[in-house]
Design a protein around this ligand. Structure first.
Ligand code: GLU
Length: 471
């Protein structure tokens, strides 16, 4: 058997973190088994589905590298097919027209609630022989009245539903449009889906869907219902807990592989391993390791995982990933070091690429002010001479290499009998405008010879002014 999974988002909202986790599990399961992953856009709700949301879903999936083998299929383009099944079922008596008005079903509901009964359609049109004139009927599925439906869920175990508890659900509205549960089963059947992996908010739909699949003459697929993702306060994950739109994480400088790594651990584990490459996830992922309890979203852990992925990524690739963030920060990569050199120098200090671009600003752009505290502490008259000396040595370097720079700084320190930090820190403040940066030789190298000399000259002027003011 070839495994076929599907991700079936409704484009009634943006691509939500919880949906990405579902998509990831479907994708991993298909990839692990060498099967197919299908993307299906469930846009039957024409009012609430938008093209922008479809775009956001497709872009998000592409950014994450969750590639699909078939699709995207759009349910809105398959109405003829749903109609065909409805007609067939009406002919076969598997479905029937229901003429009940809203007033009637409302009254029924009130009556059931007053009596403390379960609210459900009572099947009063089941055996109606004659159409009622002047009413556009809905179509209802003739659900079995007796017996039970057993869902052998791969996460939840065996869950039993009584048919007596399920009512005859509407499969086509009075305007002919199909309803959610119905279009899902027609598609799962037509697309040969073998494993339905989705959020456990759909567990209650499953017995209805299984009954309808049986009416189609189909074997049900395997089901796996994933536990919810909650916020730190144990409420369902929402905007209140931080960004839930996947695009916000791209914007903030998270790596796609880090997002996937973080999300795979929400509800799944493999021993106590925390860091996974995408390849590793594919090779060890199994539905049997999905846990039943809800997991909670922890932005701090996400940042930590992102940092681990930043550190593990080869400098060249990290540089490519950094490039759009430099541009977004308004920096011109042509006016400074190669982004991969920046990536190599900064990869241990940044939790996100946005942060990395911000910290590398001085490599590409001149600054106007030096941080007051750093200047006060490090640009003092006592360093005037050593700083002047190192400026001369650096200016005289015929080639701008890290080794040459390191030697120039070391020689200067030695000649003034200073330890390295005593000269390194003033240089750092002069060339970066602040007190924190990668190792000093690397920092100076990234800033470049011309800029370094100019910035040292500026710092020397400041020190001289300070010395004069102290006199
Ligand atoms: N379209 C449904 C949703 O977005 C998913 C349906 C399914 O996976 O069966 O919640």
């Amino acid at each position: 058997m070839i495994v076929r999974t599907r991700f079936a988002p409704s484009p009634t909202g943006v691509l939500h973190l919880g949906s990405v986790r579902t998509a990831l599990f479907c994708w991993l399961y298909a990839r692990h088994h060498g099967g197919n992953f299908i993307l299906r856009i469930e846009d039957t709700d024409r009012q609430r589905s938008t093209d922008e949301n479809v775009e956001a879903i497709l872009e998000g999936m592409a950014w994450l590298g969750l590639d699909w083998d078939e699709g995207p299929f759009y349910q809105s383009r398959r109405f003829d097919r749903y109609q065909e099944v409805v007609e067939q079922w009406l002919q076969d008596g598997k479905a029937y027209h229901c003429y009940c008005s809203k007033a009637e079903t409302d009254a029924l509901r009130e009556q059931q609630m007053a009596a403390g009964d379960r609210v459900r359609y009572d099947g009063r049109c089941r055996d109606l022989r004659k159409p009622r004139s002047g009413v556009d009927p809905v179509v209802r599925f003739r659900n079995p009245l007796e017996g039970e439906v057993v869902v052998n869920d791969k996460v939840r175990g065996t869950v039993v539903f009584e048919n007596a508890q399920l009512d005859d659900l509407i499969i086509a509205r009075s305007d002919g449009s199909p309803t959610y549960n119905f279009s899902v089963i027609v598609d799962d059947y037509d697309m040969g889906i073998t494993h339905v992996i989705r959020g456990d908010d759909h567990l209650n739909n499953t017995p209805r869907q299984m009954n309808m699949l049986a009416a189609l003459g189909a074997e049900p697929p395997e089901y796996a219902h994933l536990p919810m993702i909650l916020g730190a306060d144990r409420a369902k994950l929402s905007k209140r807990h931080g960004a839930v739109d996947i695009r916000d994480y791209e914007e903030q400088g998270y790596l796609p592989a880090a997002m996937l790594n973080y999300l795979v651990r929400l509800g799944w584990s493999h021993g106590d391993q925390e860091i996974f490459s995408v390849g590793e996830m594919i090779s060890v992922f199994d539905i049997a390791d999905v846990n039943q309890s809800a997991s909670s979203f922890n932005p701090e852990k996400l940042r930590w995982i992102n940092q681990q992925h930043i550190m593990a990524k080869p400098a060249k690739e990290l540089g490519q990933a950094l490039l759009p963030y430099l541009l977004k920060a308004g920096l011109d990569p042509a006016r400074g070091p190669n982004p991969s050199d920046v990536a190599a120098a900064f990869h241990e200090r940044a939790e996100t690429l946005t942060q990395m671009a911000a910290s590398a600003r001085y490599c590409y752009e001149n600054f106007t002010v030096i941080e007051a505290n750093a200047a006060k502490k490090n640009l003092r008259p006592v360093v005037l001479e050593p700083l002047q000396a190192v400026r001369e040595r650096l200016a005289a370097l015929p080639e701008w290499t890290k080794e040459g720079i390191a030697a120039a700084i070391e020689e200067t320190a030695a000649s003034f009998n200073l330890n390295l930090g005593k000269i390194g820190q003033p240089i750092r403040v002069a060339v970066t405008g602040g007190a924190v940066s990668p190792p000093i030789d690397v920092t100076v190298w990234l800033v470049g010879q011309e800029r370094t000399i100019r910035r040292l000259d500026h710092a020397l002027e400041l020190i001289a002014e300070r010395a004069a003011a102290n006199d």
